[in-house]
Design a protein around this ligand. Sequence first.
Ligand code: SF4
Length: 225
Amino acid sequence: MTLRVLDIIEETMVDGVGLRTSIYFSGCNHFCKGCHNPQSWNLHNGEEMTIDELLDIIKADDFANVTFSGGDPLYQCEGVTELARRIKEETDKTIWCYTGFTYEEILDNDYLKQILPYIDVLVDGPYIEELRNTDLPFRGSENQRIIDVQKYLKGEKIMNLWVKVVVWFVCFIFLVDWSFELITMASTMANLVGIAIAIAIFYFTLKTKCFTTITFKTNKNEKGN
Ligand code: SF4
């Protein structure tokens, strides 16, 4: 399998935390106003490279982690996913991926979401000139988020399980109330209001814990920033 690559920059520190090998993939259809790299939009620009060739360059640096940028790497999602899978299998390097899609758009799309299990950090969303902020680390506009992908994926699973538990619990309460007629309608309503408040508080606490963007800590693979 081959990928079209515009450029590879080794030992950079601007595309994520620590020292990184940045691979700039060709192709992008987001056409953001004020894009810093419009020549990257054409999928046919750049050079054809095999996954093995890219892996050789990545592995040649023992210290640098990896960043996928572009263009938008997800316009070659199948090949980039295969590259990410091989990096995870054959090295202990972390992967940052820049994309003009939002995390939610990726989750809703089977073709795009295949890459998520192999990505550590996603910098998501298009560049919006009106929201440009040069003080932001590692991104150009305020709408873009730096997402700890594995934490988000775990959060999705926890939230889905939690919603199922709540639905079953509420059904159970209704069944008990109606079957045994042990409590009056008033106390039933009070119970339900209390339960609803408790559920809402727990839901928002859990959601905040599960879906926060990354804080800038270095890990054992990263040299610091
Ligand atoms: S997503 Fe990035 S490369 Fe694509 S148009 Fe927007 S700024 Fe340019």
